[in-house]
Write a protein that binds this ligand. Structure first.
Ligand code: GDP
Length: 485
C-alpha cells in the first residue's frame, strides 16, 4: 500500500453539502487535527481541553486573532487508528450555513491545515489500508444511489463483497502460479501431462468465475447509472401518458396535438429498485417541422444507446410502415413491445371487462386485439398489454423490465456485486490471460510463458482491489469524489 506517497499534512474541508441546513461539518484529518482544533475551540466547561477519542465536545469556535466568537459548535474527536482515514479526525459541527462554515474553514486553514482535494479523505482511508479500491469506489456509489436496491448493493460492496471474490480468485491463481514456477525452478521434476491438464482445467474454471462477474457488470451499471430507457412510438400513442403513469406526476406535457413532446426529457423512475433513466421522445413520425425533426433525430440516436426500448403501439390498429420498420430494427433482447390503449379495443368490442392486467393469454382469448394477430405473434421479444390512461398492466410492464435487467446475470444469490467499467475492463484482461493457459497447454507452449499469463491475470485482478494499480488510476478514481469526502 505504501508505494504511494502518503501526505503527512493535515487536510480540512467542508464535509456537508453547500446551502442551508440544520448543521454543517468542517472535517479535519491528519496528525495536527487536534492541535489545530485546540487553537480555535473554546470548550463550554473545561478550562484546558484534552479531548478523548470518540467523544463529542460542546463549545465555541473563536477567532484567535481578536477573540471573536464565530459559531457555537459540537466538536467530535476521533483519534487514530479507529477513524475514517485511520488518522486523527476532528469534525466541527457548526450551524449549517455558508458563512459560519466558510469562516470556520478559513480559521482552520489559517491555523495550519491544507484544503483537501476531492475524495482526499477517502483516498487516505485507501492509502492507509483501511479500505481497498473497490470499497472506496463503493463510497461514491452509496452517495449516488438512486434506489434502495442500488444502495444495498453499494453498501455490500463497501463491506467488501466484490473484494472477497477477487481475493479468493487471486489466491487460487497464486496456487497455480506456484505449481508452475516450482517446475520452472526445478526442471528435473518435469510436470506430467496429467498435471498440465489439471492446470488447464483450473485456469478455465477460474476464467468461468471471472466471466460470471463480467456478466454482472450490466446490472452493476444499471443500478449505478440507471437503465437507459427510451419510450418510442408514433405521436399520440400514449408515451407521455405512460411516462406520467410511471412517474405518478405530470412532468411531461400530455396533449392531444401530435408531436408536442419535442424535447427529450430525462426522468428517473424507480422500478422495483431498478433506476430507469427515461428519455422521452418526440415520436417517430416523418416530419417537415425543423424543431420536431431534431427531436426525431435525437430519438434515433437515443434508440441506439438505449439499454431498454419500450416501443408503444396502439391496440386494435394496424402498424404503420414506420412502426414496422422500427420493429424490424430493434433488438428483441432489449425491447418490450407495449400495446397501449387496450381499453379502447375492449370498448369497441363491447367487452370492457375482458382486459385484466396485461397478460396476453387472457386478453387474446376473448378480445380480438387485431394487433396481437398482426404483429405481436411474430415479435420474438416480450409483449405487454397496458392502458396508460387507466393505469392497467403497469405491474406486468414493471415485471418485464426487471426480468430484462436480470436476464443472463448469474450473480451468486446473496452476494450481488457492483462491477463498474474499470472492474469490467480488468476482469476481461484477466479472463483473456487465463484462457491462454488451456490453449497454451494444448499447444505445448513452454511453462515460462504460462507463468507470464498467470501473473498478468493476477495483476489484472489486483487492479480492482488496488493491490496492483497505477497511481494515475487512483488519482482519477478519487477526483470523481466531492471535496470533503
Ligand atoms: P404521446 O404523443 O405518445 O406522448 O401520447 P400522449 O401520452 O400525449 O397521449 C395521446 C392521447 O392518447 C391523449 O389524449 C391520451 O389521453 C390518450 N391515451 C393515452 N393512453 C391511453 C390509453 O391507454 N387509453 C386511452 N383511451 N387513451 C389513451
Amino acid at each position: 500500500m505504501n508505494r504511494f506517497i502518503l501526505d503527512s499534512d493535515t487536510i480540512a474541508a467542508i464535509a456537508t453539502a453547500p446551502g442551508e441546513g440544520a448543521i454543517g461539518i468542517v472535517r479535519l484529518s491528519g496528525p495536527q487535527a487536534v492541535e489545530i482544533a485546540r487553537r480555535l475551540f473554546r470548550p463550554g466547561k473545561e478550562m484546558a481541553w484534552s479531548p478523548q477519542s470518540h467523544r463529542l465536545y460542546y463549545g465555541h469556535i473563536v477567532d484567535p486573532a481578536d477573540g471573536r466568537v464565530v459559531d457555537e459548535v459540537l466538536v467530535a474527536v476521533m483519534l487514530a487508528p479507529r477513524t475514517y482515514t485511520r488518522e486523527d479526525v476532528v469534525e466541527i459541527n457548526c450551524h449549517g450555513g455558508i458563512t459560519p462554515l466558510r469562516q470556520v474553514l478559513q480559521l482552520v486553514l489559517a491555523a495550519g491545515a491544507r484544503l483537501a482535494g476531492p475524495g482526499e479523505f477517502t483516498k487516505r482511508a485507501f492509502l492507509n489500508g483501511r479500505i481497498d479500491l473497490a470499497q472506496a469506489e463503493a463510497v461514491i456509489d452509496i452517495i449516488r444511489a438512486r434506489t434502495g436496491a442500488a444502495l444495498r448493493l453499494a453498501v455490500q460492496q463497501l463491506g467488501g463483497g466484490l473484494s472477497r471474490r477477487i481475493e479468493g480468485m487471486q489466491q487460487n491463481l497464486l496456487g497455480l502460479l506456484a505449481a508452475v514456477e516450482a517446475v520452472i525452478d526445478f526442471p528435473e521434476d518435469d510436470l506430467p501431462a496429467l498435471e498440465l491438464d489439471h492446470l488447464a482445467r483450473q485456469a478455465e474454471e477460474l476464467a468461468g468465475e471471472i466471466d460470471q462477474l463480467i456478466r454482472s457488470a450490466f446490472a452493476g451499471r444499471v443500478y449505478r447509472e440507471g437503465l437507459r430507457t427510451v419510450l418510442a412510438g408514433r405521436p399520440n400513442v400514449g408515451k407521455s401518458s405512460l411516462l406520467n403513469a410511471l412517474l405518478k406526476e405530470s412532468r411531461a406535457i400530455v396533449t392531444d396535438i401530435p408531436g408536442t413532446t419535442r424535447d427529450i426529457i430525462e426522468e428517473y423512475i424507480n422500478i422495483e429498485g431498478v433506476p430507469l433513466r427515461l428519455l422521452d421522445t418526440a415520436g417517430l413520425r416523418e416530419t417537415a417541422d425543423p424543431v420536431e425533426k431534431i427531436g426525431v433525430e435525437r430519438t434515433k440516436e437515443a434508440l441506439e444507446q438505449a439499454d431498454l426500448v419500450l416501443l408503444l403501439v396502439e391496440a386494435g390498429r394496424a402498424l404503420e410502415p414506420a412502426e414496422k420498420e422500427l420493429l424490424a430494427e430493434l433488438d428483441p433482447q432489449r425491447t418490450i413491445l407495449v400495446v397501449n390503449k387496450v381499453d379502447l379495443v375492449e370498448e369497441a368490442d363491447g367487452q370492457a371487462a375482458v382486459f385484466s392486467g396485461g397478460r396476453r393469454e387472457e386478453a387474446a382469448g376473448r378480445a380480438p386485439l387485431r394487433l396481437v394477430a398482426d404483429t405481436a405473434d411474430q415479435w420474438p421479444g416480450r409483449v405487454v398489454y397496458i392502458s396508460a390512461l387507466h393505469e392497467q398492466g403497469l405491474e406486468e410492464l414493471k415485471k418485464a423490465i426487471v426480468e430484462l435487467v436480470h436476464a443472463g446475470e448469474l450473480a451468486a444469490p446473496g452476494e450481488a456485486v457492483l462491477v463498474n467499467l474499470r472492474h469490467e475492463e480488468a476482469l476481461k484482461r484477466a479472463y483473456q490471460h487465463l484462457m491462454e493457459v488451456p490453449a497454451a497447454v494444448s499447444r505445448g507452449v513452454p511453462l515460462e510463458l504460462l507463468s507470464i499469463d498467470l501473473r498478468q491475470a493476477w495483476e489484472a485482478l489486483g487492479e480492482i482491489t488496488g493491490t496492483a494499480v497505477a497511481g494515475d488510476i487512483v488519482e482519477r478514481i478519487f477526483s470523481d469524489f466531492c471535496i470533503g469526502k
